[in-house]
Design a protein. Structure first.
Length: 202
């Protein structure tokens, strides 16, 4: 599993553990008032709720809840390594995004004031061709439901790297090109940048 290493410029908090849980059953996500959900159970994250004795084999909408603390008002990102099959992410009752597909990593970003936030996921493991065509009942494996892989909170700060691409240009002499995709809360403009390879600035 791909994991993010923490760094002074990008602190990472593992949100794995035991979250509040409610199985809502055969209801549509748009019909749910997130503020009115009554959480009457607890569930391990990561884990599959429909593989536990109380909910074995059940399909429907479920709600997960935990609380996260942020230290400043710069952008923060919650990263999910896998949620089956469909989900909607809320922070303090505000929807951030939907995601389809249990085997793909995704994230949701937000900016708030320092303090504690309520993180809620509506998770649906029902088969639905229109909503999630990659999870269908006639496929030859069991499609679990829940937050099935790790979750982490990242503090992005005011300037952060979204990703990079390393391309081999030549083997002899050895030559690489590095392309960096970054984002900022400030206005576009030049930023300080340094690449270190084997302890040396290149």
């Amino acid at each position: 599993m791909s994991r993010t290493c923490t760094h002074p410029l990008r602190q990472v908090v593992d949100l794995s553990g035991v979250w509040d849980f409610a199985f809502l059953g055969d209801v549509e996500p748009d019909e749910v008032d997130v503020a009115a959900i009554e959480y009457d159970d607890r569930m391990a994250v990561p884990g599959c709720f429909d593989a536990t004795p109380a909910y074995a084999g059940q399909r429907g909408l479920a709600a997960y809840r935990t609380r996260v603390r942020v230290v400043d008002d710069t952008p923060h990102r919650v990263v999910f390594d896998g949620v089956h099959h469909w989900c909607r992410v809320f922070v303090d009752g505000r929807p951030l995004r939907d995601h389809v597909g249990g085997y793909t990593r995704f994230h949701a970003d937000w900016i708030g004031q320092p303090g504690e936030f309520e993180l809620v996921l509506l998770v649906d493991n029902r088969f639905n061709w229109e909503r999630c065509p990659l999870h269908l009942e006639y496929f030859d494996w069991y499609h679990y439901g829940g937050i099935t892989r790790s979750v982490e909170l990242q503090r992005l700060g005011a300037l952060w790297i979204e990703g990079l691409t390393v391309t081999t240009q030549s083997i002899d002499p050895p030559t690489l090109s590095v392309s960096v995709n970054y984002a900022s809360t400030g206005a576009p403009g030049p930023v300080a940048f340094e690449v270190v390879c084997d302890g040396q600035v290149v």
